[in-house]
Design a protein. Sequence first.
Length: 463
Amino acid sequence: MTSHDFPRFPEGFTFGAATASYQIEGAHDADGRGPSIWDTYCREPGRVLNGDTGDVACDHYHRYREDVALLADLGVDSYRFSVAWPRIQPTGTGPANAAGLDFYERLVDELLAADIAPAATLYHWDLPQALEDRGGWRVRETAERFAEYTALVVERLGDRVDRWITLNEPYCTAFVGYAIGRHAPGTREGRGALAAAHHLLVGHGLAVRALRAAGAQEIGITLNPDRLLPATDTDADRAAVRRAETLHNAVWLDPLFAGRYPEHEAETWGELADGSYRRDGDLDLIGEPLDFVGVNYYRPTTVADAPHTDPDPATRTAVDVRAAESMRDDVRRTTMGWPVVPDTFTDLLVDLVRRYPTLPPVIITENGSAEADTVAADGRVHDTDRVAYLHDHLTALAAAIEAGVDVRGYYVWSLLDNFEWAYGYDRRFGIVRVDYDTLERLPKDSYRWYRSMIENHRKESHP
Ligand code: FCB
């Protein structure tokens, strides 16, 4: 690919790279960090591929300087990382553990010295285990604790971090964690998952207020809205898409950006969606104005009707999630099994703005691909499939901007190969390879491609 192939972005558009605490930090018991639900989940036999855990991960906790140097060499404007709640409050409540805050302060200062703007996610799934023991996101108390934790973090870092993301993909926390059980805490509940979804949004609203009170500049939430396509043009499959729209998208987008709870929730969940976890005033709280919405996008989902075979209504949510996972087989797939269909990225964004006219500006907070990388005889990783994936998705993003969607930035997932949740270290998303025996970092061809693309953007914006 030559520089002529680089998609063009508006002046001021920012490029970055993203990671998350549990996936890269390691140092699971260093400096007073308490256990998170992922530490527990990884230790349960059969949960994570090959029995992998985040105990060491990329050891970013000790190697953050080297990783910031990689970011600096990459030339990104911004770095998205997440703060591990159990480093700040080992049991999820009470005063801050100073050593935990110190780590993020060192990281932020290192970034600023390299002229990279820090973007902090407050919750990327590592809930303190002690809070899960008290009900986790099923209970409202966790939302309140989340706001207290947020206040502690912004008090220390608010003078240096401008961009804040409250939650990462609450869909995964609520439904993959509490309904399908493929993520921590790994339960299969219907009502519990719906209550978790609501309390995550309440926690988000409370955190937004805490951030505003502390004078934070740019506040948003990261969602993973899905581009859902019916498997066939039958009424049954179209109805399945409507249910999947509720489950994947409307649950979050309606209360956040339309001041209402989703229209089709009764059709989707029946008596499980009884709203018993809602309180007056919650919609106002959840609808606190935001400066941006973070969008993570990887792949579309083809949905076919799959009648409930599970007679137990308590697990019906989980059944609906499974129904939503049938996929098209006429395209290339990544090693996640995810179909590569870049123009669905354009369609998703255009449709999002059409459906939610008051949507704030969009920032793509994750996009990338897992590939079967190998180190070639020349000592390099020639990850041509990943380069093509990034090129085609950035081109699709530029098309969405061209079509009028206000997108301000893009973060590639991920800077490093890392702990890919239930897939452990088996699936590699990094533009930098990590050798898990030596922890050595090796930039891949995709890293060099992304660097050239950023360079090209700068040249064109400031010739
Ligand atoms: C997203 C997660 C991120 C990473 C990518 C591949 O759902 O936010 O942590 O695992 O998928």
